[in-house]
Ligand binder design. Structure first.
Ligand SMILES: Nc1ncnc2c1ncn2[C@@H]1O[C@H](COP(=O)(O)OP(=O)(O)OP(=O)(O)O)[C@@H](O)[C@H]1O
Length: 165
C-alpha cells in the first residue's frame, strides 16, 4: 500500500504529491488546497473498496498516504451545494480547531476550460467545474447511529448472558 500514490504519478506530479503528503503527515495546522489528481491517487481512483459511507452531501472515501496515515475525502454531490455555500462551508471549517470537532485538512474545487457549442452554433470557451471535495482527519469510530446501535446490541447480548446465568 505504501507506494500506491507514487505509482500513479509522473515525475513533476510526484514531487508535488510528496509536498502535499508531507503537509498532511506533519499535522493539520492549516488546511491545504488539494488537487483532484492527488485525491484520486490516494483513494484508488475513488474505488468502491475505499468507500467509508454515504451522507446527505456526498460519498466519503478513505485516502491513504504513503506513510499509511488516512484521511477522509468527501466528494460532494453537485446538486447539493452551490459555489457560495461551498466557499462558506470551507471558510467556516477552516477557522475551527477543537478536539470535539473533526478537523478540516483540505479542500478541492478545480475547474477546466472546455470548448462548447451553443444552440446558435457559436463556439465558446466555457469554464467547466470538476467535482468538489472537502477532506477531514480520518476518524475510526464509525457514525453516531452505528455506534449507538452497536452499544444497544452489546447491552442486549450482556442482558441475554446475565439472564441465562
Ligand atoms: N472524518 C471521517 N472519518 C471516517 N469516516 C467518516 C468521516 N466522515 C464521514 N465518514 C463516514 O462517511 C459517512 C457519511 O458521512 P457524512 O458526513 O457525509 O454524512 P452524515 O454523517 O450523514 O452527515 P451529513 O448530513 O453532513 O451528510 C459517515 O457515516 C461515516 O461512516
Amino acid at each position: 500500500m505504501g507506494n500506491e500514490t507514487s505509482k500513479l504519478t509522473s515525475r513533476p506530479q510526484s514531487l508535488e504529491f510528496s509536498r502535499l503528503e508531507k503537509i498532511l503527515q506533519d499535522g493539520y495546522e492549516k488546511p491545504s488546497s488539494l488537487p483532484m489528481d492527488f485525491l484520486k491517487a490516494i483513494t484508488h481512483d475513488f474505488s468502491k473498496e475505499r468507500e467509508l459511507g454515504n451522507g446527505g452531501f456526498g460519498i466519503v472515501y478513505k485516502g491513504v498516504l504513503q506513510n499509511g496515515k488516512e484521511i477522509a475525502v468527501k466528494m460532494l454531490r453537485d446538486v447539493n451545494l452551490d459555489d457560495d455555500q461551498f466557499q462558506k462551508e470551507v471558510t467556516i471549517l477552516y477557522g475551527l480547531k477543537h478536539r470535539n470537532i473533526v478537523q478540516l485538512v483540505g479542500y478541492c474545487a478545480e475547474s477546466k476550460l472546455e470548448y462548447a457549442t451553443l444552440e446558435t452554433g457559436k463556439h465558446v470557451m466555457a469554464e467547466v467545474r470538476n467535482k468538489r471535495f472537502i477532506c477531514f482527519e480520518y476518524l475510526n469510530n464509525k457514525s453516531l447511529d452505528e455506534y449507538i446501535s452497536g452499544m444497544i446490541m452489546f447491552q442486549h447480548a450482556c442482558c441475554t448472558v446475565l439472564s441465562s446465568l
